[in-house]
Design a protein around this ligand. Structure first.
Ligand code: UDX
Ligand code: UDX
Length: 450
């Protein structure tokens, strides 16, 4: 099938490459011409494991191309995916102006008998609103609309696309539902589960899924606080409760709070939708506040551990919002580093992938070329991203270059006993038992690398 992608950002690009991998002919368009130039030169503007190779293979096979003009991009296509950005408005609601503009353009560009698929995360009711707008603009009902939310985690987006837990497709008529199903036939024929819903239920499913996952994280972070006060160990508790299939172990790693381009935005949108429809989402409202407060609380905890006078310096390892990405959108590191710097603390930071973004977003921070340089002469060291390479840090060397002894491991990646053996005071999250008697079941679980 011929498919156009409108908006070739993180989601649009991954979706386009994966659809081409499934055998479709995909043409990607983006308003940002410099982004298109980069892609046409064969470069990939984001870091996502496996994506660059997949793009290369499909461009070479003639199944994937990057087109400058939207009219050319949609020519001959029976499907156009809208994957443009959906930023938060100050009231928490999603700014749908880019989605609406794209749908309005596509209304006249797409041929009769085609379908526009909303991939971007939208508010409930958007598809029906756009369907009306498209029909008005065309004067017929020959272009239909479907909703196909993404559940792609940065860092494992390709696997999430090709081996999905489920594919959610929303349509309000059987023809559109059947068309959407055909796009994913290469995956459903291999056993992937296709969940066909109305557009409203598909829209609600997306924001509800992210709100629920964020609630799990918020809950385990609160449990971590309790563990710290009670000689408990949150990793042990997460392991024990996670074995109950009704609960599940995923998204129970305590840390510095959730970040990224989706959870903060989607939880705010979920709460705003609740307010708008007078169906208050009080749990999520509280979660948003607590997640914000958590980052500030952890920053204050670091400050309290620093010398009261003299020049104070903190090293930060990991600034991406999670491992396997260069993305720093709403990363906990942004708030934590800013609070430290506002308090007059000098911060030296290192991240294996996110430093290009970091230099732009945190201009006061000193960027180091390796973890040991970031740790040199610091009063305290803080781990904020669970990069696998941080697990095998040379602790002896760290201890030697650091001025102070405190190591705040806010992702629980290091072994407290090993830190102690080189004279470092390990301070994890949710670990009230770092006396050698606590949980022996291994450090925080890594999300499966690709
Ligand atoms: C996407 C979805 O849009 C968002 O709803 C979802 O919650 C997360 O994934 P993402 O791909 O991460 O967002 O955003 P971004 O990487 O910013 O890409 C959006 C792209 O759309 C940008 O490249 C931008 O240039 C492009 N765009 C934006 C258009 O092509 N046209 C527009 O009118 C606006
Ligand atoms: C999320 C959704 O998981 C995905 O389905 C899609 O809708 C896009 O948004 P992503 O933002 O890439 O994916 O990251 P995710 O792996 O969900 O992590 C989000 C945040 O939660 C990160 O800051 C991460 O560090 C944090 N997190 C995750 C925890 O603190 N603990 C956990 O156990 C899991």
């Amino acid at each position: 099938m011929q498919i156009a992608i409108i908006g070739t950002g993180y989601v649009g690009l991954t979706t386009g490459a994966c659809l081409a991998h499934l055998g479709h002919t995909v043409r990607c368009y983006d308003l940002d011409t410099s982004r298109m130039d980069v892609l046409r030169r064969g470069e990939v503007p984001i870091f996502e494991p496996g994506l660059s190779e997949m793009i290369g293979r499909n461009v070479e096979a003639g199944r994937l191309s990057f087109i400058e003009d939207p009219t050319d991009a949609v020519r001959g296509c029976k499907f156009a995916f809208i994957a443009v950005g959906t930023p938060s408005k100050s009231c928490g609601r999603i700014d749908l102006s880019y989605v609406e503009a794209a749908a309005s353009d596509l209304a006249t560009l797409m041929p009769a008998g085609s379908t526009i698929v909303i991939k971007s995360t939208v508010e409930v009711g958007t598809a029906r609103k756009l369907s009306h707008l498209i029909a008005m603009k065309r004067g017929d009902q020959q272009v239909t609309i479907g909703v196909n939310p993404e559940f792609l985690r940065e860092g494992s987006a390709i696997r999430d696309f090709l081996e999905p837990d489920r594919i959610v497709c929303g349509a309000d008529d059987p023809v559109t539902a059947e068309r959407l199903g055909r796009i994913y036939a290469p995956l459903t024929s291999r056993g992937a589960e296709l969940v066909q819903l109305t557009t409203v239920d598909a829209e609600l499913s997306k924001c509800t899924a992210n709100a629920f996952l964020a609630l799990k994280i918020g809950f385990i972070n609160d449990v971590a606080d309790l563990c710290e006060k009670t000689e408990g160990d949150v990793r042990a508790v997460a392991h024990a409760i996670g074995l109950d299939h009704r609960i599940g172990r995923a998204f129970l790693d305590a840390g510095p709070g959730y970040g990224g381009s989706c959870f903060p935005k989607d939880t705010r949108a979920f709460a705003a939708t609740g307010r708008r429809f007078q169906a208050s989402q009080g749990l999520v409202e509280t979660l948003i506040e607590r997640n914000e407060e958590r980052k500030r609380k952890l920053a204050r905890r670091i400050i309290q551990a620093l010398p009261v006078s003299g020049s104070r310096r903190v090293g930060v390892l990991g600034t991406a919002f999670k491992q396997q990405t260069d993305d720093m959108r709403e990363s906990p590191a942004l708030t934590i580093i800013e609070v430290l710097e506002d308090a007059g603390v000098e911060v030296s930071a290192y991240d294996p992938e996110a430093m290009r973004n970091g230099r732009r977003l945190l201009p006061r921070t000193i960027w180091a070329s390796c973890p040991y340089e970031a740790a040199t002469d610091v009063d305290a060291l803080v781990i904020l991203t669970e990069w696998p390479s941080f697990r095998s840090l040379d602790l002896k060397n760290l201890s030697k270059v650091m001025r102070g002894r405190k190591l705040f491991d806010f992702r629980n990646v290091l072994d407290a006993r090993k830190c102690k053996s080189v004279g470092l005071k390990h301070i994890g999250v949710g670990r009230g038992t770092d006396l050698g008697m606590g949980y022996q079941g291994g450090e925080a679980r890594l999300q499966r690398p690709l």
